[in-house]
Write a protein that binds this ligand. Structure first.
Ligand SMILES: *Cc1c(COP(=O)(O)O)cnc(C)c1O
Length: 227
């Protein structure tokens, strides 16, 4: 087996064990393989090992890969920061956008989503640790943005996404993810119907599973260290 196949097998085992440990339904956490900077050949290896869902950060890099792998039934998540002049390519080529943090971007994606495709599934990115260097909006602005996005017909608001500060301590990782899960719960209590928490990366996915993650975005643990 290739390294990628072995890594994916290991990761799937760890996800199953964490789901059991934290009382999650088996299979309730999806793996989004983050393939930024990886060549088509590496993604192809993951596909051959049964991986269907991929995440990309850079549109120029993503489009040729999506085209090269057209013959497979894959699901692509855009997870990077979004420039206005790139929204049409995202709207035309992705099934999900996890990283929306402005209404203007959501409105452009809504206008540019081709009418023959199902609505683009989107998450709002929250800057949970309030870091200047990170995209995402502050938690107190989320209800208003969520309400506005949920009215856009070519988008389907699914939930929330975050990239926390690196924390080595498991309980600290958990408490950050708990905050995101609680924001989702509040939104649902206010009348929205959201089901997605895109949270957890290579170094903190177990804590994310413990706190109700539905989509783990994992790169390094599958493809190895990026250059
Ligand atoms: C790169 C990236 C990941 C994957 O991070 P790893 O630590 O390699 O697992 C997840 N989410 C986003 C938004 C990323 O940019």
């Amino acid at each position: 087996m290739s390294t990628i196949a072995v890594n994916l097998d290991d990761l799937r085992q760890q996800i199953i064990i964490a789901e059991q440990r934290y009382g999650r339904h088996p299979g309730s956490t999806q793996l989004v393989a983050v393939s930024k900077t990886q060549p088509v050949s590496a993604i192809h290896e993951a596909v051959v090992s049964g991986q269907r869902v991929f995440g990309e950060n850079y549109i120029q890099e993503a489009i040729p890969k999506i085209k090269a792998l057209k013959q497979f039934d894959l699901e692509w998540h855009f997870i990077g920061s979004i420039q206005s002049n790139k929204t049409h390519e995202i709207a035309e080529n992705f099934q999900w956008v996890d990283s929306i943090d402005r209404l203007k971007i959501a409105e452009r994606l809504n206008e540019q989503r081709p009418k023959n495709l199902p609505p683009l599934q989107v998450c709002i990115q929250i800057n949970i640790d309030d870091e200047a260097s990170k995209s995402g909006i502050s938690p107190d602005l989320v209800p208003e943005l969520a309400k506005a996005i949920s009215k856009l017909p070519q988008l389907k608001l699914r939930g929330l996404m975050t990239i926390p500060k690196q924390k080595d301590n498991f309980e600290q990782q958990r408490s950050t993810f708990y905050q995101l899960a609680e924001i989702l719960r509040d939104l649902n209590e206010s009348g929205l119907n959201l089901d997605t928490l895109s949270m957890g990366m290579s170094n903190d996915f177990e804590a994310a599973i413990a706190e109700r993650a539905t989509h783990l975005r994992i790169g390094t643990a599958i493809f190895g260290q990026r250059d």
